[in-house]
Ligand binder design. Sequence first.
Ligand SMILES: C[S@@+](CC[C@H](N)C(=O)[O-])C[C@H]1O[C@@H](n2cnc3c(N)ncnc32)[C@H](O)[C@@H]1O
Length: 286
Amino acid sequence: MVLSGEAPRLARHYPSVGGDGDAPAAMAAMRELLTEPPPPVLDTLTRPPQTNEVGRSAALASGMMVIAEETGLPLQLRELATSGGLNLWPDAYWYEQGGEGWGDASSPVRFTDLWEGGTPPFSAPCEIVDRRGCDRDPIDVRTHEGALTLLSYVWPEPASRFVRARDAIRLFRAAPPAIDRADVRDWLPGQLEPRSAGRALVVYHSVFWQYLDLDTQGELQMLFHDAGRRASAEAPLAWLRLEPRPDTYIPAQLRLTLWDGNTKEPPDRLLATTGFHGGPLMWLGA
Ligand SMILES: C[S@@+](CC[C@H](N)C(=O)[O-])C[C@H]1O[C@@H](n2cnc3c(N)ncnc32)[C@H](O)[C@@H]1O
């Protein structure tokens, strides 16, 4: 309601729309608004929250640079649970540390000096040749309603996070990649085979694994391992994921398993730890 101009008293305190960030005053205005809950609020409460955090591209793109460096091949991206698809376009954003960078240098969405302890291989020849995602309930950010829904799940402060999401939506609208409405279990098998030689297939996801029951997690793991055994140096398979640390939830862990024909059981590597909304990345290296 703040974003669509229907709650001006509350908007006065929301940094995302230029408000003063006075939290107690926002709470007072919120209480007033909810005394008789307006229809948009009641309607929203019938649906689960659905986010799409652009800040996760900083970690995901770092992993993609590692895959490009190690395989020497252009990348085909396949994102599981892509939501609005804002992390399907990591090369439309800019990543930089210590004067080195990767991505689109003119992008308004910028990740600068976030890496600690080392950096990903910014100078790797990281070219993305195609991309596709799936979600069981994709948000179409090309529509006003879809963009509003996604932006409404971004906290109102810091405003920079909100502005980043808004800029990413604008970029995405100019060149939207394909997103299929599908359950991951039905979609993944068709993406793993057949594979093109001369391309590295990168299947990735962020903050999604926890929504699967243990049986489904096991099923998907089997799919990856089976497809991985058929991978080769000409048609490698990478499984890249940014997910909560299993025992403590935080920090998020960026993990990579890369099948390139060298060994049937490659190691599951921890590349970095980070937060869930972008922010500093502790780089542990490749
Ligand atoms: C917390 S959101 C994360 C979205 C996005 N990956 C990100 O990091 O911004 C989780 C997403 O998983 C999707 N999802 C959950 N279970 C799914 C399934 N079985 N198949 C496809 N999508 C699923 C939801 O619709 C939602 O968009």
